[in-house]
Design a protein around this ligand. Sequence first.
Ligand code: ADP
Ligand code: ZN
Ligand code: ZN
Length: 735
Amino acid sequence: MSSPSILRVVLAGPLRGYFDYTIPPELSQFEWQPGLRLRVPFGRSSRYAILLEVDETSRFDRQKLKAIEAVVDSIPLLSAHDIEFLTWTANYYQHPLGDVLFTALPTRLRRGEEPLKLGQSGWQLTTTGAAVEIDSLKRAPKQRAVMELFQQSGDALGREEVSACCGKSQATMRNLVKRGWLVCCELPPQPAQKYQPSELPPPLNSAQQNAVTQAGKGLGSFNCFLLDGVTGSGKTEVYLSLIEQALQQGKQVLMLVPEIGLTPQLVQRLEQRLSTESVLLHSGLSNGERERSWHRAASGLVRVVIGTRSSIFTPMPDLGLIIVDEEHDASFKQQQGFRYSARDLAVVRAQREQALLLLGSATPSLESLYNVERGRYQRLELPERAGVAKPPKLGLIDVSNIRLDGGLSPQLKTVIHDTLARGEQVMLFLNRRGYAPVITCHGCGWLSSCQHCDAHMTLHFDDGLLWCHHCGQQHRKPHHCPDCGHTELRPLGQGTERLEEVLKQHFPDSPLLRIDRDNTRQKGSLEKMLSAIESGQCSLLIGTQMLAKGHHFPNVTLVGIIDMDQGLFSADYRAAERMAQMVMQVAGRAGRAEKLGRVLIQTRHPDHPLLQLLIQKGYAAFAAESLQERRACELPPFSYQALLRAESTDSEVPRLFLEQAAKQAHQLSSQVEVLGPIPAPMERRAGKTRAQLLLQADSRVLLQRLLSQWVMQLNTLKLSRRVRWSIDVDPQEMI
Ligand code: ADP
Ligand code: ZN
Ligand code: ZN
């Protein structure tokens, strides 16, 4: 019988399928384990690969197989268990496994670099060093002190321990190593730090207590709860209590938060309250910091991981509790490349690990509410704000026949004035950064459109630029109209910069702060701004959605939504849901302490039925009604969708490709509906023409069966080489 000598791997990058390699003679004794990174020859160059299995035979001609070039790791980065989960993920999202596996690794490791060492470097005695007579070192007091320290301790010691005893001693250490008395070594990694919580938890109210008891019973096996609690109802306290329970049972905890939800405030709160060190994983960290945290979680040293979407892939050997905070948030869905939903994967992972899953939100997604309805999740309610805060009052301002002054109605201006006069803070939301979303020519009506997209270019006054928010194209604001030469170019509509200007004119004595992506790029700047708000240095706040989540500002009593109407009449059937969630999140910023909060929404459509329902009956009623509509129209979550997108610089090719793809899909299954092709809502973007094909089925299994065959066939279409295509399973946006 032949011995196992075939290495089956997947390659880094978007290549589908497995590849077989042979073992070079110098590695014949190596102990192969799945999850090791290898370097393999591919075409004329080489690539990094991950080993999946070792086999005796190959379906390829053995003579033509090449040997691998090198093994990068001595121990696998991913366990067999991790690889299984990632393989499931790759299959479900129809994405090449190699790309999925490498995406799950920290950045440096994707590039084939050596894993960072977890333990710091230090020194230890050699046998010669151990035998040195201390008294023989009388004339070198520094060396004597160090050698004495090492001989007495007998252990390896780090820089800090040495300098604590003997002061700074770099040169001495070098000398002792040179003399062969000490050698450099790696110290064992530090275990997770234990903390004495600096703050005691408040006594939980009965709703919180009930939630903790119910969910706590679910620890130890797969159970899924929806923690449905209005903003400020104390969900975080419930999380903290369950995290402590899980830790006591020896489990690890993974908490996912939205991209902008990972605020310094939340982190600080967790750190003050948990009894153990937690690590953060998010894009604001350096690659090194992130990788070190990743290794500490993967080795089980660290017990609590808090992170954004991609943390769902962090290897955690004792995972027992997953929390997804603000589970409705769109940032849990990756919209490019490997398109996955971290929220949905949390369910799958919890099931595989027999872990407890807690999805929390003040505005649960319709998907999750439907899962409660069908008995898949249990709902835990926190119907009231914790502590003294009362729910804010919501009201509409009809601006359909009103002349707005820089976006502000007279009514809103008056209320802002009164609020400021009482010494309270005002927060205004406008989800459009820049000065104005478009400029127009007074002479001929020319509009500042992007040359590469079906979109307008936004005026950014601060830097005098016209800027396309879709492709990134920028140029200087023209002095005269490119069409007719007229010099009067006017901004149309409102952006946060313009709102800032208008407010400064009206309320010159109230310190104002604008928070959007444009002025928070610098590291630490958001933190600075948040603390300026907290300390009361600023009384007027303007923000985009960035400001809507998670923050807790006790002195904000008035929240104004400047323009509500973008979400009401969209082609995307999810737009209303997102609008309602945004309103409730934003409203959640008002009146979070003793003072009553008020929310005013400017709209040109005050009679819109969904808006009325939301204002009068609240989110739950809105969601129930929206679910009925989805059911009637057989839209998700009552059906399952996948979107095939195609784009090309050639304006005809995407449609032609999708027509052929549609034919293939029809042949593969008659039970899956194929809709389109149709142009994408933004048909031209960054110079490419974009089109899409929608697949819809009553059953996930039927849809999946078709998709897995279809992705293999799509590449056989000749036109597939002239387009860029991608599949989005459970698409969230139709853009
Ligand atoms: P959520 O996460 O639901 O928005 P938080 O957990 O942030 O709510 O709680 C909102 C505020 O209420 C916080 O200031 C918190 O300290 C306070 N709080 C939470 N639970 C209690 C409680 N049981 N008693 C008193 N205050 C509480
Ligand atoms: Zn003109
Ligand atoms: Zn553009």
